[in-house]
Design a protein around this ligand. Sequence first.
Ligand code: ADP
Ligand code: AMP
Length: 215
Amino acid sequence: MNIIFMGPPGAGKGTQSDFIIEKYHIPHIATGDMFRAALKNETALGLEAKKYMDAGKLVPDEVTINIVKERLQEDDTKDGFLFDGFPRTIAQAKALDEMLSGMNRNIDLVINIDVPFDTLLKRLSGRRICKSCGASYHVEFNPSKVEGVCDKCGGELYTRSDDNEESARVRLETYTNETKPLIAYYQEKGLYHEVNGLQSVEDVFNDIAKIIEGK
Ligand code: ADP
Ligand code: AMP
């Protein structure tokens, strides 16, 4: 099954991805995670991406499309994948369609996690991420058992540098202008599904699982 997770920053894509991977055993392709890993390793890609990430802007399409193209060449993606945070522009969606049709593959489902903007700002400002495994927590809505320590792997939790209010506002604006038009794009293709992201983490996952299993 080839799935795209859509939704504004803070909607819960990363949180839900962990459940999907565990249940359906498909690789998680999160372009944001790929850029952060490149930055951690101080590669040219990471340093280029940093300029945009810090400002809350999108990394240029050409750069993003290339890393996805490379990732899709890897064997583990042949039996399915979960995209999280890609595509984020119409140009990226069209490039993805082209890539996949050249490989005789296609997207099966697009699932959008819908959450209103005022809630997103609260979610982003309280988000904490595990340095080791990337698990996502929230100081109030989804706290770890021991403050600052990951429940899953014992790793240290940190606040993403782009989760400050200014960058979060720019990211939400960027989402409205550049990513939201993808809803109509995938509706026209008959692939689009939406879940209410205001529910508990478990209920959001149940709704997502129903969509996947109804396919
Ligand atoms: P995204 O990957 O879409 O940017 P995350 O999965 O990192 O979003 O979630 C953003 C923040 O919201 C995190 O702090 C996470 O713990 C919290 N969160 C995720 N899902 C829910 C939910 N259903 N209810 C409340 N908080 C949530
Ligand atoms: P995320 O982890 O999905 O919140 O992404 C963090 C940042 O990485 C974004 O604010 C962008 O700067 C960059 N990024 C991630 N995915 C993309 C994408 N598909 N296109 C452009 N930029 C991206």
